[in-house]
Ligand binder design. Structure first.
Ligand SMILES: Cc1ncc(COP(=O)(O)O)c(C=O)c1O
Length: 438
């Protein structure tokens, strides 16, 4: 084993892992949709790392922008006005609906959500926040408390005032409905919970624009619009977490644009500069920004609006625009959906497939009729390990969690590369099924 590996295992604590079980791959190179391990083995990055490298590895324009900004001015405190910071704020506001006015910069998704929480509470003078069980909003205390999934326990008892609600999960509807009989009970449930909680105390409803790491859950038609109405009825803000869905992932600039809604606050990170350097954003409507014209904004970070990170974002946004990457995600999203649909028909262990743009999930089951998950929710990998092993052997990097396979390739992927990766995945599933089904 290499020195890199030895030092890693001796000195590095890795995220979300039982440390003693880890055998991390040593990666030495990345380019476009591929990366290579220290033995020269190539992997197709079908997860864009953590669904953040939207323009792929080592995009020359973004790398150059980082170098240029480092030469010019590495750092200046957030209290000063600086070119890359102010240009980026304008550029982001220009991408958003007219209602949006200003940006607060952070270093990533969790702290974007933390600051959105503080802004919402200060603006409304209320303290409760509604979020969903099948959600992830980050690992810090407030964002961890908002999170509904099993990444929450370490922050419990979490931030007071967070109330979780059930999800729009059509394949496993908590309300026992089928698409034909759905009366959007999942949205009415949110309204009912707000009533029980006392609407005058509810500052915001906080939702991922499209639920990501809990299964790419596509809500029934009209769900997001109904949530918007419910927020308006009770004077609560609608905050969309676009950390994973922003910047083209769903085939639109932002995930909320797949619905007929305008959120009050939008949080972003990951794709904002394709993850090359840390950056997050809280974009707020003008009326919220103006509230702070005469009041203290109790938010601050030493690295808020870091010039190098903002310069990288400007270059990434150039790349999205000049290379038509949002359009590519939308166009290839159709090919992606068709191929996933065909895989669902073919494979006995695929229960459901869901995708929007280049954001997809395959849900594996023991039996298509009973829909019992192939590996249990929040349980050990079990038979899913057979899938993971084959992906690794055959050079596909995907993100597997419980009985889900997440597929979110860089938006620069070509149709030929996408088809090639999907055919490898198809083959891996056939081989894994042969072992699992005996
Ligand atoms: C929807 C969503 N929100 C927030 C976060 C947290 O972002 P970060 O890891 O940059 O803090 C993530 C990370 O995966 C996410 O998917």
């Amino acid at each position: 084993m290499s020195e890199i590996y030895d030092n890693d295992r001796t000195y590095v604590l890795h995220s979300w892992s039982v440390q003693g079980k880890l055998t991390p791959k040593v990666v030495t190179k990345g380019e476009g949709v591929f990366f290579w391990d220290e033995n020269g083995k190539r992997y197709c990055d079908m997860a864009s790392q953590l669904v953040n490298l939207n323009i792929g590895h080592q995009h020359p324009k973004v790398v150059q922008a980082i170098k240029d900004q480092a030469d010019k001015l590495c750092y200046i405190a957030p209290g000063f006005a600086e070119e890359s910071r102010s240009s980026l704020a304008k550029r982001i506001i220009d991408l958003l609906p007219d209602e949006f006015g200003k940006c607060f910069f952070t270093l990533g998704g969790a702290d974007a959500n933390e600051n959105a929480l503080k802004i919402a509470k200060t603006f409304t003078g209320r303290h409760k926040i509604i979020s969903r069980y099948r959600s992830y909003h980050g690992a810090t205390y407030g964002a961890g408390a908002l999170t509904g999934d099993p990444r929450r326990p370490a922050v419990e008892p979490g931030m007071p005032g967070v109330v979780h609600v059930l999800d729009p999960y059509c394949y496993r509807c908590s309300f026992g409905q089928k698409p034909e009989s759905c009366r959007m009970e999942c949205a009415e449930h949110v309204r009912e919970v707000i009533l029980y909680e006392n609407p005058d105390t509810v500052a915001a409803v906080f939702m991922e624009a499209v639920t990501g790491t809990n299964g790419v859950l596509l809500p029934p038609k009209g769900y997001m619009e109904r949530i918007r109405e419910i927020c308006d009825e009770f004077g609560a803000l609608f905050i969309c977490d676009e950390v994973m869905t922003g910047f083209g992932r769903t085939g639109k600039w932002f995930g909320f644009q797949n619905f007929d809604i305008v959120p009050d606050i939008i949080t972003m990170a990951k794709g904002v500069n394709s993850g090359y350097v840390p950056l997050g954003v809280v974009a707020v409507q003008s009326r919220i920004a103006e509230f702070f014209d005469n009041r203290m904004l109790y938010c601050g970070l030493t690295y808020s609006g870091h010039p190098v990170c903002c310069a990288a974002s400007l270059a990434a946004i150039d790349a999205y625009e000049e290379e038509g990457l949002i359009e590519n995600a939308s166009k290839l999203g159709e090919v992606f959906a068709e191929k996933l649909g065909a895989m669902k028909e073919k494979h006995p262990l695929i229960g459901d497939v869901r995708c929007i743009g280049l954001f997809g999930a395959i849900e594996m089951v023991k039996d298509k009729q009973t829909r019992e998950p192939l590996s249990p929710w929040n349980g050990p990998a079990g038979p899913m390990a057979e899938v993971a092993k084959r992906f690794d052997d055959q050079g596909v990097a995907a993100f597997l969690r419980w009985n889900y396979i997440f597929l979110a390739p860089p938006l620069i992927i070509t149709e030929a590369e996408l088809l090639d990766a999907l055919s490898t995945i198809d083959r891996c599933l056939t081989e894994a099924e042969a072992v699992i089904l005996g």
